[in-house]
Design a protein around this ligand. Structure first.
Ligand code: F6R
Length: 244
């Protein structure tokens, strides 16, 4: 325990390198690690650095299994806004992870039952070794929007107006952002044996301090990282953290 380890780095480039080092270390210690990875802008440098480590033989991903963190509901196959498509282009393909080593979230049918089955299957396989997460503008992790309890399971969620505005910057405008999604639950994420939270940019400064130093509660889901039993490392750049 002892709370998150906060590693302050100079800028987004250093964040990518520091994050890739840490993740490569987890892969070296646990070659068959189960990992969940965020999309969003912040971890993209980390993924590019990690792909570089793989190319130069410093990271072995041949036995890694990757779980999907979150996805919008209601998209047709091939939709440009698919978060899975984003993860495929920026993480799975550069790291050579395919087939059965990719576990997707359920998106159709009896979603409640399928989400419960997803959580059961994850638990039966021993849970997550590593979660690579970004910090939402409202303190969300994945799409665990406020309020989210620390035991909240994988489930369907309505995206909050703040998240929809933030996601509009990925896809064009607010009207382009789906309003519902499936997210891996807080319970699954907080049980990961290691968690890396990456935070970059001045716009995250206030929420980063609230999440990591403010009161712990469902109103800022990321605040539960303060009490996570796992090893939590927060890699945050100067713009997001200030001088401490
Ligand atoms: C994306 C996700 C989100 C983002 C968060 C930060 O799969 O789960 O929780 O990590 O919204 O996004 P960026 O990094 O774009 O600021």
């Amino acid at each position: 325990m002892g709370g998150p380890r906060i590693q302050v780095v100079q800028d987004a480039d250093e964040l990518g390198r520091a994050g890739a080092d840490l993740v490569a270390g987890v892969f070296a210690a646990t070659p068959a690690a189960s990992v969940v990875v965020a999309t969003g802008r912040t971890p993209m440098g980390l993924y590019a650095e990690l792909a570089g480590c793989r190319r130069s033989g410093l990271a072995d991903t041949t036995r890694i299994t990757v779980y999907q963190l979150d996805e919008y509901l209601g998209l047709e196959p091939g939709d440009r806004r698919s978060l899975f498509g984003w993860m495929r282009r920026r993480f799975l393909e550069p790291l050579g992870i395919t087939g059965e080593r990719v576990v997707r979230l359920p998106l159709g049918g009896d979603l409640e039952g399928a989400c419960a089955a997803f959580d059961r299957a994850l638990e039966e396989r021993g849970g997550l070794d590593l979660a690579i997460l970004g910090l939402g503008p409202n303190g969300h992790l994945g799409f665990n929007e406020p309020p989210s309890d620390p035991w909240a399971p994988t489930r369907v969620v309505d995206l909050s107006p703040v998240t929809i505005v933030a996601n509009a910057s990925y896809w064009g405008e607010v009207a382009d952002v789906p309003t519902r999604a499936v997210t891996m639950g807080m319970g699954q994420l907080l049980s990961a044996r290691a968690i890396v939270l990456v935070v970059s940019g001045k716009s995250k400064r206030e929420i980063a301090h609230r999440a990591l130093e403010g009161p712990v509660g469902p109103g800022v889901p990321a605040s539960f990282l303060q009490e996570a039993a796992s090893g939590v490392t927060v890699i945050v750049d100067r713009a997001a953290w200030g001088n401490g």
